[in-house]
Design a protein around this ligand. Structure first.
Ligand SMILES: [Zn+2]
Length: 317
């Protein structure tokens, strides 16, 4: 399957998972539900009056300091990026994510547990072709020596480079080109990472309360504290690719272009999307050609399986 062609997908069935929020430390339950074609990924806070819904779109990003947080009319959902990357990697276009707290559970700090949950739900093709955003002119965003440049291409690819002054990290570069198998194999298992001195500082500020060696790679000045070490020798840069995929999925449709990324983070990932959408001449949106095979075992769903009608807060485009 190619994420840039074929029909849209949703989940075949509802499914549930639980875990702690990385920053709040709160235990949060999440229910994933099928959604109608062209809904995109929607987050619904079932712990708040009226169960407000926020569409997972780039223009709803309100904070990128520690994770990607979306918000609208005072309602927020944070740390959405790894789950969003899993939806992207599994080719899920439309889903409703109901949660009883303000943060998506971190699980093991990678996208792999979410992929497993999506596999359990199954993926179902819908009768509407995908929309695809094709980059047609080079777009560049920069912050100091960090930058992202996207140039026109025939497919999606990313070349990501990081440089941390740590003996086990240093300069790492990773080239990634989409396929579902490659997402699972090369990207999905890469965990978020942090440095002990930063974690201690965050925890003294009441943040990263749920952070532990079970859900992040943690480095002290010399080594990695996780007993089992790395899942990939260059796990850090692969995780940055994972973050980028999750953040770019907030375009609301797959992107076609060649991305060159240097020392970026959630903030610059989001600025790139804003820059693209601010320049109408830099992209085109197309309906993809039909026919595709879902990645996970197919199950058709009756229309009664869709959630009741709802009005997303600030519906996109
Ligand atoms: Zn991350």
């Amino acid at each position: 399957m190619n994420i840039c062609s074929g029909n849209q997908n949703t989940l075949a069935e509802e499914t549930l998972f639980q875990g702690v929020g990385l920053h709040s430390g709160a235990k949060i339950s999440v229910r994933l539900k099928p959604a109608r074609p062209d809904s995109g990924i929607l987050f619904r806070r079932v712990d708040l009056p009226g169960h407000p819904v926020i569409a997972a779109r780039y223009h709803h990003v309100v904070d990128t300091r520690l994770a990607t947080t979306i918000g609208s009319e005072g309602v927020q959902v944070s740390t959405i990026e790894h789950l969003m990357a899993a939806f992207w990697g599994a080719g899920v276009d439309n889903a409703l994510v109901e949660l009883d707290g303000s943060e998506v559970p971190i699980l093991d700090g990678s996208a792999a547990p979410y992929l497993k949950v999506l596999g359990r739900a199954g993926i179902s093709a819908q009768a509407v072709p995908r929309r695809v955003l094709r980059v047609e002119r080079t777009v560049l965003v920069r912050d100091g020596d960090a930058y992202i440049k996207v140039t026109p291409a025939h497919r999606f690819s990313v070349s990501y480079r990081i440089d941390f002054p740590h003996p086990l990290v240093g300069m790492q570069e990773f080239f990634y080109e989409y396929s579902q198998a490659s997402f699972h194999r090369e990207i999905a298992h890469a965990r978020t990472f942090g440095f002990l001195k930063d974690v201690e500082k965050l925890q003294s500020m009441g943040l990263a309360r749920g952070g532990s060696l079970d859900n992040a790679l943690v480095f002290d000045d010399y080594t990695v504290l996780n007993q089992d070490g790395f899942r990939y020798s260059n796990e850090c840069v692969r995780h940055k690719v994972l973050d980028l995929l999750g953040d770019l999925s907030l375009a609301g449709m797959p992107l076609i272009g060649s991305f060159e990324v240097h020392k970026a983070g959630h903030s610059l990932h989001n600025r790139l999307l804003r820059e693209i959408f601010n320049r109408p001449g830099s992209y085109g949106i197309f309906r993809a050609a039909a026919t595709q095979v879902p990645f996970f075992p197919h199950a058709s769903i009756p229309s009664s399986a869709f959630p009741e009608r709802f009005q997303p807060v600030g519906h996109p485009l």
